[in-house]
Write a protein that binds this ligand. Sequence first.
Ligand code: PDD
Length: 282
Amino acid sequence: MNAYLNGDYLPLADAKVSVLDRGFIFGDGVYELVPVYSHKPFRLDEHLRRLQGSLDGIRLANPHDAAGWRERILKLIDLQDVADQSLYIQVTRGVAPRDHAFPQTVSPTVFMFAQPLVTATPAQKAAGVCAVTAIDNRWLRCNIKAISLLANILLRQQAVDADCAETLMLRDGFLTEGAASNIFVVKDGVLLAPPPSNLMLTGITYDVVRELAVANGMPHAVRAISESELRAADELWMTSSTKEIMPIVRLDGAQVGAGVPGPLAQQMDALYQAFKQAVMRA
Ligand code: PDD
């Protein structure tokens, strides 16, 4: 497995950074995770735009323009044997003596690696997963894809401890997102999505799902979703680059809708798979 570190392509095991890297010391950095199908990155422009937004959010100059990123990313992808990959990109504020203030002159650390992409099997999608809820106790800048994920990790572990797949977060009585996914609700045939804001990360998958809903005439609305609406949902889905569209069939031990993946989830999954195929062929 090959990695990229500050201009070099090297085996992952040989990629080393200083313990004074601000990513290690402070979690002072941002990341992206790009799914790769048949050696082609999915929605790379969108991922690079979100990366730019995250870098702007932490006031870190982008070390590369879009063409520079594209060149490096495609080279790294081509170096991997496996065709379907999960490409991780991380940019930190670099190596400097420990001090909260930004270092004066320092170059960011750019690290990337790709591992085999593990997506849900048809059997897993047909079974669905369970989820739990928790109070969203993260900071107020969740739209930044920051590497400092301690709150998300603690929240996700609550799901793992309950033998579930995801923790759905509620802030002031409204759904924000999952610990590492976006959440969609279906009620009375209408697909509902929480509106993008500083309280959630707008997923690339979230955007694709919304585009597909519009393009295929699936009734849908983007608006705040209350806890009671969440609990009364006919269908719940979690979406992310690796989980794609995964139905949630139990929430806090209670059945969601009929307790099995619903018709809209199945329809959206089919649309998503077809879209992926079409984009990757183009
Ligand atoms: N996480 N919200 C959060 C908090 C996330 O961590 C993620 C994805 C998403 C969905 O974004 P996308 O559709 O672009 O994958 C929403 C990735 C998969 C991760 O951290 O591994």
